[in-house]
Design a protein around this ligand. Structure first.
Ligand SMILES: [Cu+2]
Length: 271
């Protein structure tokens, strides 16, 4: 536990000194709720209401409320903690067996620290008894990833610099890691369409065998954060986030690698 405290305190200082590098990143979106242009508004009337609760875990443990005091040692031996997690999911679609898909069209903005953003509501048609799949695009599909698409915060704060291709970040996953000899440095795993190339992730989760019972359905969609760095591509933070380079926004190979890892980052559970 003592090591945890030391890491947690050190990162605050480290991050405070290194806020440059991604424009609006340092702005706080804490005052804003879950609404958003084209967002996954309320479920339509009628049908069976479905609530998808988004959860974030690192190594199987929930991301803490402070998110700082949760160092985790990854498969490459890097101890890291997460301080910020915001991202977009697009066109979340729940498909039942033998029924019409329920779709939350458009982009849904998620901020780990804003519980209201960690819920997506859908409506399945009556009479459906079994599910088949849950699909979505992690990030924004190319047609929606256009500069100016979002005009209000917090979504607008996800903008990706024009000089790097424009559009919006898919994700800002930030934290700190222990870089040799106990030195704690930040990392910024920001994903997006680097150089204008699409690196969004098509995610399909098997929901076969999940049964719709009663008058409402609850699902849990889990982002297993460490999986961004583990499979199929194992990331050693020493190769990606070594001072003075804390970020990967210029790095097409890193974006491709995250895209490849993204297919197995999410899992589906029922309460
Ligand atoms: Cu960035």
């Amino acid at each position: 536990m003592q090591d945890t405290r030391v890491l947690g305190c050190a990162v605050v200082a480290a991050l405070g000194l290194t806020c440059a590098g991604c424009g609006a990143d340092v702005s706080s979106a804490k005052d804003h709720g879950a609404r958003g242009e084209g967002g996954a508004g309320g479920a339509p009337p009628g049908g069976v209401p479905v609530t998808i609760q988004l959860e974030h875990r690192v190594g199987g443990l929930p991301l803490g409320e402070s998110m700082v005091d949760t160092p985790f040692t990854n498969a490459a031996g890097n101890a890291f903690g997460v301080t910020r997690l915001v991202y977009f999911l697009s066109d979340v679609t729940l498909t039942p067996r033998g029924g019409a898909p329920a779709v939350a069209a458009g982009a849904h903005y998620v901020d780990h620290e804003e519980p209201a953003t960690r819920e997506i509501e859908l409506s399945l048609e009556e009479g459906v008894s079994e599910l088949a799949s849950l699909t979505f695009t992690f990030g924004l599909p190319p047609e929606a990833n256009v500069s100016g698409a979002f005009v209000t915060a917090p979504e607008s704060l996800m903008e990706w610099p024009e000089s790097m291709g424009g559009g919006y970040h898919y994700m800002k996953l930030e934290g700190f890691w222990s870089h040799g000899d106990g030195e704690v440095v930040p990392f910024k795993a920001h994903s997006g369409a680097a150089g204008g190339t699409d690196y969004s992730v098509a995610v399909e989760l098997d929901a076969a065998g999940l049964v719709v019972e009663g008058d409402a359905l609850h699902l849990r969609l889990i982002m297993n954060v460490e999986q961004w760095f583990e499979g199929p591509n194992l990331w050693d933070f020493r190769e990606r986030f070594t001072p003075p380079m804390y970020g990967i926004m210029h790095d097409a190979a890193a974006q491709r690698s995250l895209q490849q890892n993204g297919a197995t980052v999410f899992s589906l559970e029922v309460p």
